[in-house]
Design a protein around this ligand. Structure first.
Ligand SMILES: [Mg+2]
Length: 221
């Protein structure tokens, strides 16, 4: 088996760990948007968000479908976060990424502006060839398999030549169906054996070179 030629990285809760608190801040802003802008009663917010995620892939797509909201307005609201409170340059990650020969892309359900700012604060702005964000796909989110295929067409690559890393297994499923090797980023996973065999587990991004080596050598997950 030949080595992977490209890697798709999720951004939120993958390129930085959930434990840093940034995504909790975004999560609270999403709740505020539902309460204050869309005027959904506070008691219904959790339920509606779970329903939108399940039926539409993201809260945003549920709000577009059911409440006809302006996606730009929503993305600006929920990404209005003081990133400096949560992120700092990650030199170890930068060195590791710089030494990987594969082409690297961000593949995110967030906005391009958010992705760029996060990468800037982490010092990783030069590590990626391109960012495929929610605007690029006209607000169609992962796990819509159509956008995975469109991404492969755009970078002129076959699925079998690639690897995808995401903290949500549901987002890895279409990638696996298109032939990519899939890696589930889960810093809390102490026991690798608890994972499904569909995705390789990764508890730290710094262990990525080792997992890529296992993939290219055909070692079982
Ligand atoms: Mg994520």
């Amino acid at each position: 088996m030949s080595a992977a030629k490209f890697i798709l990285f999720d951004l939120d809760n993958t390129i930085y760990p959930r434990s840093c608190g940034l995504f909790d801040h975004i999560d609270n802003l999403i709740n505020r948007y539902l309460r204050e802008i869309v005027k959904i009663p506070a008691s219904e917010v959790d339920f509606k968000r779970r329903m939108y995620m399940r039926e539409h892939g993201t809260t945003l797509n549920g709000l577009i479908t059911h409440h006809n909201i302006d996606p730009h307005d929503y993305l600006e609201f929920v990404h209005n976060v003081p990133l400096e409170d949560y992120l700092e340059p990650d030199t170890k990650l930068k060195t590791m990424l710089s030494e990987l020969p594969e082409k690297k892309y961000i593949f995110s359900n967030a906005s391009n502006g958010h992705c760029q700012k996060v990468l800037d604060f982490l010092g990783l702005q030069d590590c990626f060839t391109a960012i495929f964000d929610i605007n690029y796909f006209d607000f169609r989110p992962k796990p819509d398999i159509e956008i995975y295929q469109e991404l492969l067409d755009k970078i002129e690559a076959r699925g079998e030549a690639g690897v995808m890393i995401d903290d949500m297994a549901v987002n890895l499923k279409p990638a696996g169906e298109l032939g990519l090797a899939t890696i589930l980023f889960d810093p809390a996973a102490a026991d690798h054996n608890q994972h499904s065999t569909e995705n390789r587990p990764l508890t730290s991004l710094l262990n990525l070179p080792q997992v890529l080596e296992e993939i290219s050598s055909g070692t079982k997950a």
